[in-house]
Write a protein that binds this ligand. Structure first.
Ligand SMILES: NC(=O)c1ccc[n+]([C@@H]2O[C@H](COP(=O)([O-])OP(=O)(O)OC[C@H]3O[C@@H](n4cnc5c(N)ncnc54)[C@H](O)[C@@H]3O)[C@@H](O)[C@H]2O)c1
Length: 439
């Protein structure tokens, strides 16, 4: 099948590359000249493990190409995906749909006389599919098309694997003809027995928000349990394991830490709140999660301050990890964006290292020293904070860490070390929700 992917970001590039791997002919389109120029030169503009290989192989097989121009590529396509950003609208938390709507107008103007399924892959509030349909119909009243919703559930850092082997594919559409096209597009997954969940467009749009809100709830919940553990002498790692082994609960997304961030949970929980407010169906649980998570980031900054004796003036703090999670360079809504400025405002000098995120981080954070590796960041610091659980921070040479630091203080906001082990290695160790001597 012939596919156009509009928007070549984290989702569009991965989806486009993986659909070409399924055997379809895909053109990934983006307005950002620098992205297309990089891709045409064989460079991948984002860090995503395994993506370079999929792109390279499919470009070589002539199934995958890139373009700045939408018009010539939309014609003759079986499916045109819209995978542009839907950030929070400044000020009110609504999803900003301006990119989606302008992409829809451009698609409408470019459609030819053949039948096309226009697929919203961007995360969009309930009712957007209908608006996209209205836009296209207004610009091209005679066009033969359907609008389908096909939300994406991939996780940055394991996006390729998630796209190749998803738990399910959700498709919302009202026409059998569109369903046929979608079935054909995802046929390789269907053969692998991946559930294809066909719903109405509204349901499909809501499934995406409900999924993200539920996962965000698990994170906020375990973070609140961690606070309680600290007060009562319980161990949140054991609590998480103890509840997670219950299959009705599941063990994923139960790691206590500095709060969720990233390009999805923060904006999607806010957008869901707006949708439910407007629909007159309050979602109090999601409201509490948003509030709890915002407080969490600040509370973790204060926890660091306290570990430094309540006074950060003149202290040098080494920060390991800046991205919102490992295996990505994505800095959107990362906890570091709240925590690092907090430390700086209170007079600390920050020395930071992140394996892939420093280029992006430099666009959002200033006044800190970016270091070449973890040990350089630690050199002469009064303590170290682990903010992101990159694998390379999990097995630091503790002797070397101890020697590099001026004071052997570690604040581990991801619980990747064990309190007892760190105590034995001569550190003052502060974890999240764990008793001081937990093994
Ligand atoms: N990042 C994730 O992990 C993830 C996961 C699931 C769903 N989503 C959703 O997918 C959507 C895309 O997210 P992302 O992280 O890939 O965004 P992104 O910002 O990385 O990429 C969006 C791209 O669209 C391009 N663009 C905007 N308007 C365009 C137009 N008219 N024509 C061509 N290109 C245009 C931008 O230049 C940009 O490169 C969002 O709705 C997001 O919520 C993201």
């Amino acid at each position: 099948m012939r596919v156009a992917m509009i928007g070549t970001g984290y989702v569009g590039l991965v989806s486009g590359a993986c659909l070409s791997e399924f055997g379809h002919t895909v053109v990934c389109i983006d307005k950002d000249d620098s992205k297309i120029a990089a891709l045409e030169a064989g460079q991948i503009p984002i860090f995503e493990p395994g993506l370079d290989e999929v792109v390279k192989t499919n470009v070589a097989a002539k199934r995958l190409s890139f373009s700045r121009d939408l018009k010539p590529h939309v014609q003759n396509c079986d499916a045109v995906f819209i995978a542009v950003g839907t950030p929070s609208r400044r000020g009110d938390g609504h999803a900003d749909l301006s990119y989606v709507f302008s992409a829809a107008e451009e698609v409408a103007a470019a459609l030819d006389d053949s039948y096309t399924v226009v697929v919203t892959k961007s995360t969009v509030p309930v009712g957007t599919g209908r608006k996209v349909e209205d836009i296209i119909r207004k610009v091209r009243p005679g066009a033969q098309f359907d609008v389908a919703s096909n939300p994406e559930f991939l996780r940055e850092g394991s996006a390729i694997e998630d796209f190749r082997r998803p738990d399910r594919v959700v498709v919302g559409c009202d026409s059998e003809r569109a369903r046929e096209v979608m079935r054909e597009l995802y046929r390789p997954l269907y053969l692998n027995e991946t559930p294809l969940v066909f719903t109405s467009r509204e349901t499909s749009e809501l499934i995406k928000y409900a999924s993200n809100a539920f996962l965000a709830t698990k994170i906020a919940f375990i973070n609140e349990m961690a606070d309680l553990c600290e007060k009562v002498g319980a161990d949140v790692q054991d609590v998480a394991r103890g509840i997670g082994l219950d299959k009705r609960i599941g063990s994923k997304f139960l790691n206590a830490g500095p709060g969720y961030g990233g390009s999805c949970f923060p904006k999607d929980t806010l957008a869901l709140l707006k949708t439910s407010e407007e629909a007159g169906a309050r979602t109090r649980i999601v409201g509490a999660v948003v509030e709890s998570n915002a407080e969490r980031k600040l509370a973790m900054a204060r926890k660091i301050e306290e570990a430094f004796g309540g006074d950060l003036k003149g202290k040098t703090v080494a920060v390991l990890g800046l991205t919102f999670k490992p295996n990505t360079d994505d800095m959107r809504d990362a906890p570091s964006l709240v925590i690092v400025p907090y430390l700086q405002e209170r007079g600390a000098m920050v020395r930071a290292y992140d394996p892939e995120g420093m280029h992006e981080a430099a666009k959002h954070l200033s006044g800190l020293a970016f270091c070449a590796d973890a040990y350089e960041a630690l050199q002469g610091a009064d303590g170290v904070v682990i903010l992101t659980e990159w694998n390379e921070f999990r097995a630091l040479d503790l002797g070397r860490v101890h020697k590099a630091l001026k004071t052997p203080l570690m604040i581990d906001l991801r619980n990747i070390y064990r309190p007892a082990q760190m105590g034995a290695a001569g550190f003052r160790y502060v974890g999240v929700g764990r008793p001081p001597h937990a093994a």
